[in-house]
Design a binder for this molecule. Structure first.
Ligand code: SF4
Ligand code: SF4
Length: 387
């Protein structure tokens, strides 16, 4: 592991109030500072890698709120990513945890298998598989945008994603339409795989990086690789794919007219847009460009909703508590709908809102912009919305 990065931590504790797991359990070893101490102990051999230590690392959401709040610039993102890879290589998990993780990676990054799994979600399933089934979203959209939407501007390739293209194909279609309306030459190559973000987040770092490199080859020759799933975008940027951008970064100079959409929307930051990519203004600007849209800010934006890659599958109790808190913060805004720029957050918060008995229409911000450009009536938009 990386000694120099560990040594940057001066143990000041400024990160503790923004750490969701410290907030949940008030346990030092479930804080960024405590986890860095565990990493230091593993490094110098004073701590052995056992189930208890691994549990403290596993409970970390990888939300990077601690990176945003650290005055010393500690790269906790790099530290936890390499620690997770070290754990995967050097620690044998229990049989149930192994089965659950294997099932997730055998299905989620593979479009065809994920489609089949979602189709089977109403059937009874035993144990860990049953848990996966209950967490599946009640909607899916296999829509693919056209392969090419010609424009005079920069040539861009849209990353369709794995989960995104199966569960949120309509978000991809909206993204392609908005980029084309704003003058981009939009390509959505059929041959493109998973970016590897889920793998890297869960400790399968080598595979995560290899998948990012493969994707870079598949989508080479464009001015930008455009992502609309913030977890994918931050993974590509972190691993040196220099032309990867979030769609919100390309819409600063609108060409298409934005028509009024009189709707109140709670905008929820995803951790990978706020903390990892540090994109606070661009997604808000996208919504604020829509006349008559009333954007509202839920409380505690810096705190994760509990989705966090596969966290809500492997740490379901903590994820549920965080999801319920986020849903309440969104409901407290009184907004008619909510929006988030990450598929995991949309699935997680929608599930929490359904649990609370108050499901709200859930949008990616690009869908609202697309509706505004196309002049879709509010009633029609809400009627068709996922919840
Ligand atoms: S990670 Fe940063 S904020 Fe947290 S204890 Fe270390 S130096 Fe302080
Ligand atoms: S990444 Fe998130 S959960 Fe993990 S230590 Fe940092 S703030 Fe806490």
């Amino acid at each position: 592991m990386q000694e120099e990065l560990i040594a940057d931590c001066v143990h000041c504790g400024f990160c503790l109030p923004t750490c969701p797991t410290y907030d949940l359990w008030r346990e030092e070893m479930d804080s960024p500072r405590g986890r860095i101490l565990l990493m230091a102990g593993l490094n110098d051999g004073s701590i052995e890698l056992n189930d208890t230590v691994v549990e403290h690392f596993d409970r970390c959401l990888g939300c990077m709120a601690c990176v945003s709040s650290c005055p010393s610039g500690v790269r906790y993102d790099k530290l936890i990513e390499s620690t997770r890879a070290y754990v995967e290589e050097n620690h044998q998990r229990g049989a149930l945890a192994r089965l659950l993780r294997s099932a997730v990676f055998a299905v989620v990054p593979h479009r065809r298998r994920l489609r089949v799994a979602l189709a089977l979600r109403r059937l009874p399933a035993p144990g860990a598989l049953g848990r996966l089934r209950t967490l599946a979203p009640p909607w899916s959209s296999p829509e693919w945008p056209p392969e090419h939407l010609p424009g005079e501007g920069k040539r861009v390739a849209l990353l369709a994603g794995c989960v995104q293209s199966v569960v949120f194909g309509d978000v991809n279609a909206a993204t392609a339409r908005v980029l084309a309306a704003d003058g981009y030459d939009v390509h959505v190559p059929r041959r493109q795989g998973c970016c590897g973000a889920l793998h890297a987040h869960a400790g399968r770092l080598e595979e995560g990086i290899a998948r990012a490199r493969e994707l870079e080859r598949e989508l080479s020759g464009y001015d930008h690789i455009v992502t609309n799933a913030s977890g994918c975008g931050s993974h590509l940027k972190d691993h040196g794919i220099a032309n990867a951008v979030d769609v919100s970064e390309l819409l600063g100079e609108p060409q298409a007219e934005r028509k009024p959409l009189e709707l109140s929307v709670a905008f929820q930051d995803s951790c990978h847009i706020r903390h990892a990519q540090r994109l606070i203004a661009p997604p808000r600007a996208m919504l604020d460009a829509i006349p008559e849209l009333d954007r509202r800010e839920p409380a505690a934006q810096e705190i994760c909703c509990g989705s966090a890659g596969i966290y809500n599958l492997v740490q379901s109790e903590a994820a549920q508590e965080l999801g319920d808190r986020k849903a309440q913060a969104i409901l407290d805004t009184g907004a008619e709908a909510f929006a988030s720029a990450n598929p995991g957050c949309l699935v997680q918060v929608s599930a929490a809102l359904r649990r609370a008995g108050r499901p709200l229409p859930a949008f990616h911000p690009i869908e609202l912009l697309d509706a505004s450009i196309r002049g879709v009536p509010k009633e029609h938009l809400l009627e068709e919305a996922r919840r």
